[in-house]
Design a protein around this ligand. Structure first.
Ligand SMILES: CC(C)(COP(=O)(O)OP(=O)(O)OC[C@H]1O[C@@H](n2cnc3c(N)ncnc32)[C@H](O)[C@@H]1OP(=O)(O)O)[C@@H](O)C(=O)NCCC(=O)NCCS
Length: 125
């Protein structure tokens, strides 16, 4: 996690942590969508809220701030890649203006099962 966080910061992209009464309750960060230079204005978000703190808008606050920070950093669009069926994540991204733009069948494999990857995107500018 430390290496991942450092790579995000080295790239000049935001890594945000939400705290409640001194405890970490969630975090999110942006990374370049694909490594080639032509994709440098498109970022992918990653977001995680502590399981016993979901449903209290921590995710909304984190992702809204991430969108703003990436916009201010000059990014052009943000992509959310959602593996399998993840109703909360689709709801979160939809509520912040993302639209599903692609679906890769059997793109991931977890616990002996093939999972689709849903791609959602939001323009930032
Ligand atoms: C996805 C996740 C980050 C959402 O964070 P959260 O703090 O629970 O979300 P919020 O409380 O801010 O809710 C955001 C929106 O999603 C909706 N939502 C949240 N959980 C929902 C659920 N279980 N079912 C339906 N809608 C849901 C909320 O109603 C809200 O919509 P609104 O703004 O239109 O009212 C959180 O559930 C999580 O960490 N999940 C596990 C990790 C994960 O899947 N990360 C994403 C990987 S792609």
């Amino acid at each position: 996690m430390g290496r991942r966080r450092q790579a995000v910061l080295d790239r000049g992209l935001p890594y945000l942590v939400a705290e409640l009464e001194g405890y970490v309750v969630g975090y999110c960060y942006a990374s370049q969508f694909r490594p080639r230079d032509g994709y440098r204005f498109t970022v992918e978000d990653s977001i995680y809220v502590r399981p016993d703190c979901t449903g209290h808008r921590v995710g909304s606050m984190l992702l809204a701030q991430l969108i703003l920070d990436c916009y201010l950093e000059g990014c052009h669009s943000m992509v959310g890649c959602i593996c399998g069926v993840n109703v909360p994540s689709v709801a979160l991204h939809t509520s912040l203006g993302f639209q599903q733009v692609g679906l890769l069948p059997e793109a991931g494999r977890k616990f002996g099962e093939w999972l689709p990857l849903s791609i959602m995107q939001r323009q930032l500018r």
